[in-house]
Design a protein around this ligand. Sequence first.
Ligand code: ADP
Length: 253
Amino acid sequence: MNILEIRNLCKVYGTGETRVDALKDVSFDIEQGEFVAIVGPSGSGKSTLLHILGGVDVPTSGSCNIAGTDIGKLDETKLAIFRRRNIGLIYQFYNLIPILNVEENMTLPILLDGKKPDRKLLNDLVDKLGLKERLSHLPNQLSGGQQQRVSIGRALMNNPALLLADEPTGNLDSENSKEIIALLRKFNKDNNQTVIIITHDDKIALSADRVITIEDGQITRDSGKMSAKKDLSQMMREDISTERSAGHSGRKG
Ligand code: ADP
């Protein structure tokens, strides 16, 4: 089953001389349970795409269907409710509320939705995220890795079908990065939650089931795990041979 169907998505910022075509006719599907990496140079449109998928930005044209709902047809209030119930968003800089402790940060979206937090789910997430001893700590009393785990917990408190992460390890060292990706993978496997992650890290991209490359607002490559590995190793070989030939000509000169 497709959890996501994107059709002819275009996003234009500004007009006239300041016009930027951030997304140009982007179409793709994602199946429930896929773990997808989105890669590409800075400024290529990755965050714009993720923000549209997350319902926090609107496209100029085209459609975005999530779990059977065309989110472009929802008014602002309905979109906010849909987003809270179906989508978990994780950012590079955590976006935690500084005056709320770990438990309060995690349960805030549920309270905003007028519901009572599911204690069993909360305890389960806190266990899996290794935050049991930190529930009453404020964000500034936590390490970067712990803060990112809180933001993952907050994103998962509504048991969303779709988890969107914009460079979730961009601010972490390699050990914490590995842990965060392993956690996202665990939730993906255990709960069949679909994960879409923007990353600049080749290792993370290679660990995904599928890698979508965006360049200049367009998808230039979309491959499954094996072909993505081939593509990346091919790119690396090309880089090495370019460096070698540059080196050879350097020595000759
Ligand atoms: P990436 O995430 O790949 O770095 P972005 O999606 O942030 O790329 O940006 C894509 C393009 O759109 C860039 O040229 C960027 O400058 C432009 N852009 C992004 N957000 C805005 C905005 N709010 N107003 C104007 N231009 C924007």
